[in-house]
Design a protein around this ligand. Structure first.
Ligand SMILES: Nc1ncnc2c1ncn2[C@@H]1O[C@H](COP(=O)(O)OP(=O)(O)OP(=O)(O)O)[C@@H](O)[C@H]1O
Ligand SMILES: [Mg+2]
Length: 289
């Protein structure tokens, strides 16, 4: 494997099916080193399936899926030394403690592993290190599953819904850790249907619906290029509160607004940019759930 490869992930004309009907259809993208790349789409769109192809779990695909220059269906033993996978559903030994789980998974790798106590501290599980995983809450399991994927210090991280089921505080801890990994030069693939997370974390996002790529861009470009910021204002009319909306760039044409300002009748006014969720709906016709 060439460490200097800039396109650490290369996907070209990728097709995959579980049954006779094609499911992933014509997927094309590359991911650069040090990038956080998001798969955004509704439930059943194929996000986890795409991750399974990239991580070598679904091998009977057509087209190209190359990780660090290696075809994901022809990888050697060291493949899993270079990538870390945080599965959608925690895969932990319930009868072992958190520390025992991490020590066990760390022992499977040949390279240097990270300090388990440090990782536990970072996600707020240090106090629970010697508790059996069966006694963990859902959010605690998610956090443990996440650090399990970091234990061998991989170059690429595949995180499937990393913040799902976490309270805002723990979701923030997780997001900060993901950013820290990126600062260290790691490449990160995130699967999500949470547009807030995608906007905050991802350098680029691909919209996926029904196994197909619908659009690919940075969250900023999606928002600035596609959607128009709107201004909503409210005012009194015949003793009742009314409201109206205008597109920000065409505000000077809004005669009602001009009149209301001149007569000092505006009660409230605010502007809002479209969210990634709005853009997703506009471009794909599908709704993120
Ligand atoms: N092993 C399998 N055999 C047959 N069909 C499967 C298998 N795994 C997933 N599928 C189907 O593939 C489709 C996509 O599933 P996938 O898990 O990739 O969606 P997703 O985008 O990750 O959804 P979610 O947001 O709910 O996690 C679904 O219709 C699912 O039923
Ligand atoms: Mg999924």
């Amino acid at each position: 494997m060439d460490k200097n490869i800039e396109n650490v992930i290369e996907v070209k004309d990728l097709y995959f099916s579980y049954t006779k009907t094609p499911f992933l259809k014509g997927i094309n993208f590359t991911v650069n080193k040090g990038e956080i790349f998001g798969f955004l789409g509704p439930s059943g769109a194929g996000k986890s399936t795409l991750q399974k192809v990239l991580t070598g779990l679904c091998t009977n695909y057509e087209g190209t899926a190359r990780i660090l220059g290696v075809d994901s269906n022809k990888h050697g033993k060291d493949f899993y030394e270079k990538i870390g996978v945080d599965f959608e559903f925690p895969s932990l030994f319930e009868k072992l403690t958190a520390r025992e789980n991490l020590d066990y998974f760390a022992s499977l790798y040949s390279g240097e592993t990270r300090d388990v106590d440090e990782l536990l501290k970072e996600v707020g599980l240090y106090e629970h290190a010697d508790k059996k995983v069966s006694d963990f809450s859902k959010g605690m399991k998610s956090r443990l599953n996440f650090i399990k994927s970091l234990v061998h210090n991989p170059e690429i991280l595949f995180l499937d819904e990393p913040t799902s089921g976490l309270d805002p505080n723990n979701a923030k801890i997780m997001k900060d850790m993901i950013m820290k990994e990126r600062e260290k030069g790691k490449t990160i693939i995130i699967t999500t249907h949470n547009m807030q997370d995608a906007t905050e974390l991802c350098d680029r996002v691909v919209f996926i619906v029904d196994g197909q790529m619908k659009a690919l861009d940075t969250p900023h470009n999606f928002i600035m290029k596609r959607g128009a910021a709107k201004v909503t204002y409210s005012y009194m009319e015949n003793g009742k509160e009314q409201s109206s909306t205008s597109v920000l760039s065409e505000l000077s044409n809004d005669m009602l607004l001009k009149e209301l300002i001149a007569e000092n009748r505006i009660i409230a006014i605010h502007s809002a940019e479209p969210t990634l969720s709005d853009i997703f709906m506009e471009l794909t016709g599908a709704q993120l759930d």
